[in-house]
Design a protein around this ligand. Structure first.
Ligand SMILES: [Mn+2]
Length: 411
């Protein structure tokens, strides 16, 4: 009896949803079709335990080896059907590339973007001297060694069937006298060139920017302008990576996204949320409306024929010292899909009319209505069930898998 009432209620909800979407110029079928091809990469580093600046609180349940991390990534994909690729970082993910390839295959996953790390000291020329940077290091031997590391990562990328190299440099200075700003700019442009030149036609490089940390005076790639200039100089296959937390507070991130798309230089995202600086909090946990505004630009860019949403690389980049890493990942995926659904439900005709009339109030009502009044939960649950995935992946994990999570993480 109860089940029948629930089914009837669900049917009613779906019928209302159909009506709402129709009134906005789209349909449930169309939104579900978009959702079914939408992909988010999850990072191997997102399954370890992150720390604060003061300590890392290991409780023994976190995944440590690549095998353990990829097992959780596999579970994430089985629960969401939306995360088939895993972004990797070297040398953090070790040097057993055969094992990584084997584990990816066993879990039904693909390799996502490959990240060379510029910041981890290791034996050889990339030792403690990395504290002066990688490509902008004053020591030529260190610069050459970092370029070689990036080229080695291109080799790993090909071995794992990935097509994207993602570069973030920790380079920067901590005081005005440390390095000439003109020299820093020259070293960056010159150092990045041989890495770009080694790319094959179907491969691309995404260049991430961040305005401070670990350097506190002048970061080598501090903002989207510097990343854009570098990509422009390198060539077509170099594009900008936007990490949502890497901006000064108050920055209009969706406007940066729009500009990059207009100029054909948006490569992808590192998705997370923040309150103060590069906080790496769960995507959509602090400001879901910003996430919606960004997706609104992405959907509009596709609508205008500028760039398809599926040609943007979406990667989660969060750290967590409190939440269960997989729960956090599932929460993030849900928030990202939700923002996409809300953006798909923006009434494009009504919004365009409001803009032509100069009616800011009507325009805002169109966006607010898409954000607040779209039955996103019904849409997401119905789309997931239709594809054979749990309606609520986070609850499914908490109540069906969590008891065995420890076993999974030490398998
Ligand atoms: Mn990032």
């Amino acid at each position: 009896m109860l089940e029948r009432i629930q089914d009837a209620l669900q049917e009613q909800q779906v019928a209302i949803t159909e009506k709402i979407l129709a009134s906005r110029g789209t349909s449930l079928k169309e939104v579900k079709a978009k959702l079914s091809t939408f992909r988010v990469e999850i990072p191997s580093w997102g399954f370890g335990r992150s720390g604060t600046r003061y300590a890392t609180y290991i409780d023994g349940t976190e995944a440590a080896s690549p095998r353990e991390k990829l097992a959780l990534a596999g579970l994430c994909q089985r629960l969401t059907g939306c995360t088939p690729a895993v972004a990797l970082i070297f040398p953090w993910d070790g040097d057993d590339y055969d094992l990584i390839r084997k584990c990816l295959k066993e879990e039904g996953l693909q390799a996502g973007a490959v990240n060379p790390s510029s910041f981890l000291p290791r034996p050889g020329p990339l030792d403690y001297r990395l504290k002066w940077g990688s490509l902008t290091n004053p020591v030529p031997e260190v610069r050459r060694a970092y370029i070689q590391h990036a080229l080695d990562c291109l080799g790993i990328m090909r071995y794992l069937d990935s097509k994207t190299l993602t570069v973030w440099l920790h380079d920067g200075t901590n005081s005005p006298g440390q390095l000439s700003l003109l020299e820093q700019t020259r070293l960056l442009d010159e150092g990045a060139q041989p890495i770009y030149d080694a790319l094959r036609p179907h491969e691309s490089i995404l260049i991430e920017y961040k305005f401070f940390e670990p350097a506190f005076y002048a970061t080598a790639i501090a903002d989207w302008g510097r990343s854009y200039a570098l990509c422009q100089r390198l060539g077509d296959r170099a594009r900008v990576l936007v990490d949502l937390g890497h901006h000064p507070l108050g920055t209009n991130v969706e406007q940066i996204v729009a500009n990059l798309q207009y100029f054909g230089k948006l490569g992808g995202f590192h998705l997370n949320d923040r309150k103060y600086a590069d906080d790496d909090l769960t995507t959509g946990s602090v400001d879901p409306f910003q996430l919606f505004r960004i997706f609104n630009v992405l959907v509009e860019a596709e609508f205008r024929g500028l760039q398809k949403v599926n040609n943007v690389v979406f990667m989660i980049d969060e750290s967590h010292y409190l939440k269960d890493p997989l729960e956090e990942m599932l929460e993030a995926v849900d928030s990202i899909q939700r923002a996409y659904v809300q953006a798909l439900a923006v009434d494009r005709t009504r919004w365009a009319d409001a803009q032509k009339e100069g009616d800011a109030e009507a325009g805002d009502q169109v966006l607010k209505s898409a954000f607040f009044d779209t039955p996103a939960t019904t849409i997401l649950q119905s789309a997931r069930l239709e594809r054979g995935y749990p309606a609520d992946p986070l609850q499914e994990y908490r109540f069906k898998y969590k008891a065995s999570a420890k076993r999974l993480s030490v398998a």
